[in-house]
Design a protein around this ligand. Structure first.
Ligand SMILES: Nc1ncnc2c1ncn2[C@@H]1O[C@H](COP(=O)(O)OP(=O)(O)OP(=O)(O)O)[C@@H](O)[C@H]1O
Length: 528
């Protein structure tokens, strides 16, 4: 802002030097004329150099602000719970950190600096005009007020257009991600034209929002432009009259021409910029709304479960009902006791609600009726963090970060190589220590794409074993692993007396079935 102030002061100085130059010419004074030419040249060179530095510094500031907004957005995301995060496609969140930030940059921050520049330029020019004649400064001030106020009438339109655009951008990213994320599926069925169709139709929906936004912005620009040129002409007319009345010199005409250019070009644009800056507000309001929906919750301080204590009814389920939609119950009045250290095999037809049941037990889905008690305390009284230390739900579709096996295992914690190698061996990901050490540094590819389905499942299980969670809820956790290794892994889990295991399987292995304490037919449990 300081640099911008200096640039504007030098620009106004340029106008004064031009007037001096013209006055010296009219009076045929060679030396003052040459001096004014030299100074004018120097003035513009300094302005050019300062502009270069200011624009680079400005970009740094803008990027720092972007980073801090993205940090705030990340805070909003990490305060969300499982249900709320997954209730929307990830495209929505990507649009926040890309499109919305871009709009904030272009409409908000860049324009903010232009406004700052304009304010300095206008103030300096107004003061300089006083030096020529007070009536010039007063007229300029009145016209400036009118120019700034007029475009406010378009504020609502701009805000509406921006609100529509930010939501349309979210929908666009979601829709394009949808079709681009299923390339392999479309490739296999020679249906890749659907990818193109998807992108084109999403773009067309977006087009209307951009056009609406531009329409609103252009209205402001036109009003600003008209205010600008009309005011400049009026001020020049006034100066001409003053010159004819011999109240100002002829050279003043040159100074007023460039000073009024300074003032009204700045102001005419400033109302546009202010309108655009105000138009960014709906984006921040949207973010604030998200923050209010999920304020950061303080962690309960009391330790939830003493992991070493033996708790007979580890998980007690009473009259549990749940549906994703109010009118369609997936879980109906389920009652069951899971005891610590015991091993449970859940069988049942596909789509019957087994995964849903495990997700409710893990605390991922909270909109249930009835009661679940973990170690004697209602599941609702545990924080997500506390539950995570007790229970691990291993998804049917494990996720992986695009990085090494080591970082995929460690995530936000750190473990020694010995511990990491031990879980790689326990999950049969590697046959011996030497290969396990090499495997730790292997990159798993984009989202784990370089690993087989079975390897990904074992990597997910290894994460849980590493953390010694007391209860593992395994949802088809070894379905993609070859039978021999799946049996070995299951046997290890089943023979671990400290572990409570609840495992869903469509393909139970005869070799391990006897090691389960209970085999549950889910249909009998659900709706009995
Ligand atoms: N996020 C969701 N929103 C709405 N409905 C869902 C959601 N997830 C699952 N369902 C529905 O809930 C029902 C139970 O699904 P669930 O995944 O729990 O079954 P499952 O018994 O684990 O099936 P499978 O053995 O095939 O994995 C299904 O009809 C499914 O369509």
């Amino acid at each position: 802002m300081f640099l911008l102030m200096v640039i504007e002061a030098l620009t106004v100085l340029g106008s004064v030097l031009s007037a001096n130059l013209l006055n010296a010419l009219i009076k045929s004074q060679l030396n003052p004329f040459l001096l004014a030419v030299g100074l004018l040249m120097l003035d513009w060179m300094v302005i050019a150099a300062l502009n270069y530095g200011a624009s680079i510094y400005q970009e740094k500031v803008i990027q720092n602000i972007d980073i801090s907004i993205r940090q705030d957005l990340a805070d909003i995301l990490i305060d969300k719970d499982y249900e709320s995060y997954n209730s929307r496609g990830t495209g929505v969140y990507e649009s926040w950190v890309n499109n919305d930030i871009q709009t904030i940059n272009v409409q908000g921050l860049q324009n903010f600096f232009t406004v700052v520049e304009g304010i300095f330029g206008t103030v300096f020019a107004l003061f300089t005009l006083i030096a020529y004649h007070w009536s010039l400064a007063l007229s300029a001030l009145i016209l400036a007020g009118l120019i700034i106020m007029a475009p406010k009438v378009f504020d609502k339109r701009i805000m509406r257009a921006n609100t529509q655009l930010t939501h349309q951008n979210e929908a666009f990213v979601n829709r394009t991600q949808d079709v681009m994320g299923v390339f392999n599926l479309l490739y296999a069925f020679q249906a890749l034209r659907l990818l193109k169709q998807g992108i084109v139709s999403a773009s067309q929906a977006l087009k209307q929002s951009y056009v609406n936004q531009r329409r609103a912005q252009s209205s402001v620009q036109v009003v600003g432009f008209l205010g600008n040129v009309i005011s400049q002409v009026m001020l020049m007319g006034l100066t001409g009259i003053l010159a004819m009345m011999k109240l100002v010199s002829i050279g003043t005409l040159s100074a007023v021409s460039s000073l009024s250019g300074n003032i009204f070009n700045n102001l005419g644009n400033m109302s546009t910029y202010l309108g655009m800056i105000r138009g960014v507000a709906p984006i921040f309001e949207k973010f604030e709304l998200e923050r209010e929906k999920f304020p950061a919750t303080a962690e309960p301080t009391e330790m939830a479960v003493a992991t070493t204590a033996i708790v007979p009814d580890m998980i007690r389920v009473r009259d549990l009902s749940f549906g994703y939609h109010a009118d369609q119950l997936i879980l109906r009045h389920v009652n069951y006791n899971f005891e610590q250290g015991k091993k449970y095999l859940i069988l049942g037809e596909s789509g019957g609600g087994k995964s849903t049941f495990l997700k409710v037990l893990t605390g991922y889905l909270t909109n249930y009726t009835g009661e679940i008690r973990l170690a004697g305390k209602s599941l609702r009284d545990y924080s997500a963090n506390q539950l995570g230390q007790q229970l691990l739900y291993l998804d049917q579709r494990p996720q992986a970060l695009t990085t090494t096996v080591r970082e995929n295992l460690q995530l936000a914690d750190s473990y020694s190589d010995d511990e990491l190698v031990a879980v790689l061996l326990a999950t049969k990901l590697c046959p011996d220590r030497e290969r396990a050490e090499a495997f730790l540094d292997q990159n798993v590819g984009a989202g784990g794409s370089d690993l087989s389905g079975g390897q990904l499942q074992r990597l997910a299980l290894a994460r849980g074993l590493l953390r010694h969670v007391g209860v593992i809820l395994l949802d088809e956790g070894t379905s993609a692993v070859d039978t021999a290794n799946a049996v070995k892994i299951e046997r290890d889990l089943l023979e671990n007396p400290a572990l409570t295991l609840i495992m869903i399987s469509h393909t139970p292995h005869a070799e391990t079935q006897a090691l389960f304490d209970e085999t549950i037919q889910f249909a009998e449990l659900n709706g009995k």
